[in-house]
Design a protein around this ligand. Sequence first.
Ligand code: FES
Ligand SMILES: [Fe+2]
Length: 448
Amino acid sequence: MNDMNVAKFIDDRPDAGVFRVSRALFSDPELFALEMSHVFEGGWVFLGMSSQAENPHDFFTTTVGRVPVLVTRDKEGTLRAFVNSCPHKGARIASQPSGNAGLFVCPYHSWSFASSGECKAVKWESAGSYGAGFKQDDHNLKEIGRFGEYRGFLFGSIAADVAPLEEYLGEARHMLDLAADQSDEGLELVPGRVRFTFAANWKMQLENCSDQYHFTSTHPSLIKVLERRAREKSEAVVESSLSGADFWKGMKTDDIVAGSYSFENGHVVTWGKMEANPSLALFERRDALVEKFGPERAAWMFNMRNLTLFPNVQIAVNAATQLRVIRPLAPNLTEMETWCLVPRNESAEARRQRIRQYEDFFNPTGMAIADDNAVYEECQAGMADRQNAWLQGHARGLAATAQGGDALSQAIGMNPQRSISGTSQLADETLFQSYYREWTRRMGEVLA
Ligand code: FES
Ligand SMILES: [Fe+2]
């Protein structure tokens, strides 16, 4: 552990206009173990949506770093998050992704637990000749260190000594509000989850969701299909996820059509201008949204915007909305779980349109995600080089970055730490710096 100094991985010298990241950050196995304990198990992470456990006794399971987690709604309706591990000998007491259970019976020796976490029975307890120590032990499931909800989004921390959830979300919460405000009844997930892996480091995904620079290079087949649909004026034009985007039309213009904001605690969002138009499922609610929230806030709801809440959740909005949860498995292996995030009670027609757009772009079977996964693996191969350690992918946009917000962020009362906006070809890469500054903060003294 003697050469684990942060300077080996991140070269952050703002006064000199330098920000560089080392290839080792994406491939060092020792560092990966520290990331699990400090970045993922040492602070707030996204767990899921409250709609995933809607009714009493509903539950879902997830993982925080290496720790299995069980989220339940007890019979009184309170959401709780537990370490999904039996106090007896450690077995996971729930192995299904989700379900409904008033009683969880451990598969190994049948200790049983209520959805409130209370131990209901230790099998054959009275015949077991236990000593006094065992009788004094608490046999209930252990709640994780911290657990909280913001507008249907559930977050937890294995470590208890963390700032309150509101502080962790900070100004980035405005972006969650833009999603949650789309329906008076809140958000839900389209049933059916998608899980896939790619053979690369988790931070590839972290960066890619906010990487506007790669779009025209990595996704030529998607672009060709969109162009063909437009040329043929086929019915599918209405359904294509990006055909209505002004940032897309503006690829060769000088207009300010895209940008990014960086927030406290490692959160970032990239945005691209998109007018409300009938190709968007949300268009049916445009007038109601303008009336309720005013024209500027309503306009934001139609913009393309890719939000990352450090370290493990991304909400990608371009027509359809994708919820992405990042789960690192190894330095060079990452599991993704993705969902179509929707406003409740939209019309059947809007829901149909939204799901078609989602499939078009987002699914591993769609036209964009498979491209991204392929380039992550290309990058990972190159991370083996230690002779030329420093990557050059975090400097673009540095001279255009401004402290604080701008007119667009002010329009929704949002105060980011930094902002940048420009043509579609500016394609800022400095917002990734926020990830690595928060990464450094969470890693703390282990890298001192
Ligand atoms: S490990 Fe759960 S009852 Fe034995
Ligand atoms: Fe992409």
